[in-house]
Design a protein around this ligand. Sequence first.
Ligand SMILES: Cc1cc2nc3c(=O)[nH]c(=O)nc-3n(C[C@H](O)[C@H](O)[C@H](O)COP(=O)(O)OP(=O)(O)OC[C@H]3O[C@@H](n4cnc5c(N)ncnc54)[C@H](O)[C@@H]3O)c2cc1C
Length: 412
Amino acid sequence: MVNRFDVIVIGAALNGLAVAVALAGPSARRPLGVLVVDAKDPETFASSQFDGRASAISASARRMFEALGIWQELGALAQPMNEIIVTDARPGGESRPVLLNFGETDMGGRPTAHMIENRHLYAALYRAARQSSYISFVTGSAVASYGFGPGLAEIRLVSDMAYRTSLIVAADGRNSPAREAAGIAMVGWAYDQAGIVVTVEHELPHHGRAEEHFTPSGPFAILPLPGNRSSLVWTEKRADAERIVALPDNEFLVELQERFGSHLGAIAVVSSRHSYPLALFVAREFVAPRLALVGDAAHVLHPLAGLGFNLGLRDAAALAECIADAAALGLDPGGTAVLQRYTAWRRFDTVATAAAMDGLNRLFGNDNPILRLFRDAGLMAVNRLPKLKSYFAIEAAGQSGDLPKLLRGELL
Ligand SMILES: Cc1cc2nc3c(=O)[nH]c(=O)nc-3n(C[C@H](O)[C@H](O)[C@H](O)COP(=O)(O)OP(=O)(O)OC[C@H]3O[C@@H](n4cnc5c(N)ncnc54)[C@H](O)[C@@H]3O)c2cc1C
């Protein structure tokens, strides 16, 4: 007999777990039966060897974590961002003119974002999913085939186990095999850039200040973590990133120190090095019969504003609300009405955000002196206009637009 679930989520990483917990976690008022499938073992995701990144979690994402009951755990591990500065950094120079500066007052007295290491995000979401008797896991075996029938969908694993559902949620990452099986194309391009990610410890406190230095090879971000530690996202051309990541420790530190500067005193690398190829891709459709895409399966963004997972959480919250509303009325949770509402809610917002990130990367990834003059003058003008600045701060806090209930802190 083939087991049947209301919803099957493929992918037990950040976005897949977020969908599962939103639909059937301990705080869900009308939990559905959810199966989460992953080729890997999510028990191993809470290690910095697996994912060395840290994520900037927006104010609305924090409210979603509060509603899901995991903020208590995460808040203790989070570093508030009290200030954000953006500079235009010339290569090799210590002088970095500050173009934009957001302080706490620009953010309505509350931090726009918190920095949290991804290992803690995986652990908290996984623990919440494990606490629910409505969420089942089958891990360690990849999905090998997909059937998207008119009334039901089916997956078959490499282990030959098969499962049926009303809706498959593909949270299976940027190369999404489920998306491919449904014949949905991606529009976009790979950048000739990779993001080197490391954690450093520094002598002096960061006071919760995040720094984004735009260099011609791409942004160099210093993101505050609890204690005298910061997570770095250091963008370089792919070939340079490969060379830098392979350097011996002492040479790596010399290259790093040159870009980091000396304002936080002596620094030491305290994590392994990771390198992520950067790209911009948006799926041509976010849905197909009996299928919805979320997270990187639907969109891959340049990480310069730390928005990728935040957009994924918007997907998760919107999709969960569409499904929960339909289920409460006794309607098909994977039916056309649910899929249409989800895609109308999420696709335009995603395309607009992806285009803005691409524009910023192109505008700053260029050392043309005339372009530099205009972009610097433009950003300095924004810096002197408090209303415009608070508009940007509200955007960055993820508080604009038609927010799903969970992102407003309300339960489903
Ligand atoms: C350098 C960098 C910094 C970033 N910083 C930020 C930030 O500050 N803030 C932010 O919001 N975002 C940030 N992001 C983006 C964010 O990290 C990603 O958007 C997010 O991690 C994507 O998660 P996901 O769950 O969608 O996909 P993934 O993490 O790719 O997970 C996909 C899962 O699907 C499983 N899977 C795949 N195929 C199958 C199959 N056939 N069968 C079963 N399982 C399968 C995989 O095993 C995997 O566990 C950053 C990204 C980068 C590269």
